[in-house]
Write a protein that binds this ligand. Sequence first.
Ligand code: ADQ
Length: 496
Amino acid sequence: MAYLDRYLRDRTLILLSNREPYEHVMRDGAVHVRQPAGGLVSALDPTMQQTHGTWVAWGSGNADHESADSEGRLMVPPDDPRYTLRRVWLDAEDIEHYYLGFANSVLWPICHMLIQHLEIRDEQWLRYRDVNRRFAEAVADEARRADGTPMVWIQDYHFALVAHELRNEIPDLFIHQFWHIPFPPLDILGLLPMDVLEAVLRGMLGNDLLEFHTRRYAMNFLSCVEYFMPDAEVRRASLSVEYDGREIFLGVFPISIDVELYENLASSPAADERVRELRERYAAGPNQLGVSVDRIDYTKGIPERLHALEVLWERYPELRGEFSVILVATPSRTDIDAYRQLEADVISTVAEINHRFGNPDWTPIVLIHENVSSELLASIYRAGDLCMVSSLQDGMNLVAKEFIACQTDERGVLVLSRFTGAAEAIEGAVLINPFNVDGFVEGIRTALAMPMEERRRRMQRMRVQLHDTTIFDWMGAILSRASELMTRNEPSPTSP
Ligand code: ADQ
């Protein structure tokens, strides 16, 4: 990680995310430390360890209070302290209205353009504003304590207002933000109440640099600013906005994964054994195995995928018994009605399909309805002849990239929704439209019928692309751009 020295030098990185990198939980009468799974934490934690910065996040563990000081601060990793974690406390009402409410029941559906799930409540918005203010205060406090010049990096849609609040506190602070989900076109953002919409855009314009996965999301943001913020001047050619006497830059940085980590997980001796077992059980001889992996979320197009599979087995009876699917679907956000309903629907639809087409010797869809270790996940990806990603909208979709990294045998075909950021970042997948059932069915058929030579050619091409764009490249590119802009903003040293 040589780029850290190059880009950060005497700067102190202050990271803000909703999820914390280390959570203390009480189990069986003892306190345990848990590191939440997920690409982002595993990529950012080593960066923070190297830079000795500060990570500000919600203290979500039930033993978090006891393990931090009176200001919510502690050094992590707990067994090898390298950087500061500053926890911000949320009560039950904060979680209900800020997190489950405005963030996940308003901004999430709006940004994914799935507005049938949208319900706007004043209380949620007021709480979101309040919680954003509290996080901004915590970050401002950390910025004032920093040894070096602070560089604040905000993660995601939970904190649309933080940059503006921070800017009010410390006007010349360098702030940037990565937006992990799509940014919607103006007719969709326009469904927000006007005061809320303006506050969200003004909040995001508090940044010096705003980072998106694709150019399309950046362009949507610019169109929204142009339409709803008459005081702002949009410059499409340079992807920037002049607002409130400052210049705000946008950047396109498609996120990725730790490619080597997944490759190693997929090709260990234990993985060889697991892949052999999986294939023997679900794809013996000429039979084929489809896989999919998602959080159960209405953006991921799981019902659409199940419907396509049902039509496939109905229309092509010769595939019954010859093509099975492992569907890894983890419960997610189960405190929200729409998610609980979706989970129940997924379980019952899988049962119906298995009842309709299955027989004592063959189960069409094997549902793994829990969190899976990354070792097992990597083996499932490698065992697959095809991976189906059918998101209705998805900022990037890391599953698509994980599948490619784990396909060390180069046998698998990626069947990928064209409404994912990944479809714009990777060439070589079979693209589908999950809303078009017949097209989706034919996409799966094309993948199943694809000759081995073409599968290899496509997979090799995708693997080369992936090796050139890992999560470390992503982070390096962002920090490089941020540090370039930061240097530009700093007053030049006066000559002696
Ligand atoms: P997510 O919506 O969470 O992320 P995604 O990018 O697919 O979507 O990442 C999901 C992660 O969870 C993957 O790393 C996957 O392996 C893991 N996962 C899913 N089910 C699992 C299971 N059963 N067991 C273990 N692990 C499981 C948001 C945006 C995306 C964007 C990312 C990163 O919605 O569009 O790609 O952030 O910016």
